[in-house]
Design a protein around this ligand. Structure first.
Ligand code: FAD
Ligand code: NAD
Length: 436
């Protein structure tokens, strides 16, 4: 690989998720020096994260070291495992901090950029509700899936403890999921499979005590899917004995129970053993800090405002893609990936224009490839664009399609191999119920 060239412009990329990696894979490093800053040194294939919470897939099977991606570039790409804590668009510098446990003599510094690409994703939305961060588990990162898996088995073993009080057994084996978006639905689905296929076999004395409840504030789950697939999901959940409480909003979170406002406007207590919180996204502290710095241009509290060319309003030479932005697009991997690809092509055109070539930069256009979700007992749902219309399908065949789409979307053969191996392993031997 060629070294950094002081005559070339430097592009600093913040993040190692969907948007950043898609950009990195496509950016032409013959034209630019590229540097990546992210607190995690790997890419995470989020669509299969719910499967990791119950051990259908192992965590490392959906992680890809960032250096695997950067090693294929023509010029050396610098990677700093650190968090960007501040962006100064005037001096065109960022502040970075080593947030890992082990530090050297330097753990804070500033880095200059010519162009900055923000792909920092989003934080978990809690609406500032006390108790959520303390008692609930999120489902966004590797450590979240790990925590859920450990807590779930802890609940099961504590429920089986000698002379456990019957009401405590009921509480400990009640798994509550808040948020009926795709994250909450897919997690409830995976949990159902784990209970049916494994826990009821390994813990027959507790088999009739396991319960799953999904709490959703809106009148139905999965508002982004067609009404036919919403009904199909709700009836599949009913068959699978997953209780779906719609028009029910969580108001308070304590260590052993949540309080919800139910559909009849009554405040009701729901005791739980495991609480998984999946109520969507909100901006990360870094995004909020930048937005406050340039508040005349950044008028939405919901995310960084960008124009159709992914340029951050009010910050020249700063671009933002993916979940950290607030735009007409949903915060999905599909959108972040297409924006990363688009931005790499913008940089390619900028380089050619500097050489005197006649190039035009066109605005970003999103092409929706469809929505997919796993709903349990080997069934998935899919809304797919077809001949200017939409096809809605659900069932076991869709599940086979769901698997093949995700396998083909993985970035490396290694990940594909590991995931297929995990699927086979859990089919043959069942999922592992050891508590880590
Ligand atoms: P991310 O992928 O979240 O990456 C953000 C990166 O920024 C991370 O590397 C992070 O460590 C880094 N970072 C954070 N703070 C800083 C900082 N201060 N400085 C530097 N770096 C920082 N979408 C789909 O389209 N299909 C699906 O099936 C699907 N399934 C999903 C399942 C789950 C469980 C979840 C949680 C999400 C799913 N999504 C899916 C949504 C998808 O994961 C997100 O839309 C996507 O990750 C957004 O990409 P991003 O690059 O914007 O952010
Ligand atoms: P979401 O925003 O899609 O859904 C959150 C849900 O929580 C909403 O339906 C909301 O009404 C509900 N909610 C909010 N506050 C509540 C409260 N106090 N009590 C009860 N319910 C409450 O969030 P998500 O599911 O985490 O998804 C985030 C993004 O990631 C979305 O864009 C989604 O499309 C994407 N994603 C996609 C997939 C997939 O395609 N299979 C999977 C996971 C996530």
């Amino acid at each position: 690989q060629k070294p950094f060239d002081p005559k070339k412009r430097t592009v600093v990329v913040l993040g190692s998720g969907w948007g950043a990696v898609s950009f990195l894979k496509s950016i032409n490093t013959d034209d630019y020096n590229v540097m990546v800053v992210s607190p995690r040194n790997y890419f995470l294939f989020t669509p299969l994260l719910p499967s990791c919470t119950v051990g259908t897939i192992e965590l490392r099977s959906i992680m890809e070291p960032i250096r695997f991606i950067t090693q294929h570039k023509s010029r050396n790409v610098k990677f700093y495992e650190s968090e960007c804590t501040d962006i100064d668009p005037e001096s065109k510098t960022i502040s970075i901090t080593d947030v890992s446990d082990i530090k050297g003599s330097v753990s804070n510094t500033t880095v200059p950029y010519d162009y900055l690409v923000m792909a920092i994703g989003a934080d978990n939305q809690t609406f500032g509700m006390a108790g959520v961060r303390e008692f609930a588990c999120f489902l966004k990162e590797i450590w979240d899936a790990q925590k859920i898996r450990t807590r779930l088995m802890d609940c099961v073993e504590s429920a089986g403890f000698a002379k456990q009080a019957p009401e405590e057994v009921d509480r400990l084996l009640h798994m509550v999921v808040v948020g009926g978006g795709p994250t909450g639905v897919e997690y409830a689905a995976e949990l159902h499979d784990f209970l049916k296929d494994d826990l009821e076999v390994w813990y027959p004395e507790l088999a009739d005590k396991f319960r799953i409840t999904l709490v959703e504030a809106l009148p139905n789950v999965l508002p982004m899917f067609s009404s036919q697939l919403i009904q199909y999901t709700e009836s599949t959940f009913k068959q699978n004995k997953i209780e779906v409480l719609t028009k029910t909003m969580v108001k308070e979170v304590a260590d052993k129970e949540i309080k919800v406002m139910d559909a009849n406007k009554n405040l009701v207590s729901i005791p739980y053993g495991l609480l998984v919180w999946a109520t969507g996204n909100c901006p990360r502290p870094l995004a909020r800090k930048l937005m406050a710095r340039i508040k005349e241009a950044q008028t939405s509290p919901r995310g960084i405002l960008v124009d159709d060319y992914m340029r951050v309003a009010g910050a020249p030479d700063v671009y933002a893609i993916g979940d950290c932005t607030f735009s007409k697009y949903a915060p999905t991997a599909q959108v972040a990936t297409q924006q990363g690809l688009y931005l790499a092509s913008v940089f390619e055109n900028l380089a050619r224009m500097e050489e005197g070539q006649n190039k035009k930069i066109t605005p970003f256009e999103y092409s929706h490839q469809g929505s997919l979700a796993y709903i349990g007992s080997d069934k998935a749902i899919a809304d797919l664009p077809f001949l200017n219309g939409n096809v809605s399908v659900g069932g076991v065949a869709t599940y086979v399609f769901w698997r093949s789409v995700y396998i083909s979307n993985m970035f490396s053969f290694r990940n594909r191999f590991l995931v297929v191996g995990d699927w086979m392993k859990s089919k043959v031997f069942g999922r592992d119920v050891s508590r880590e």
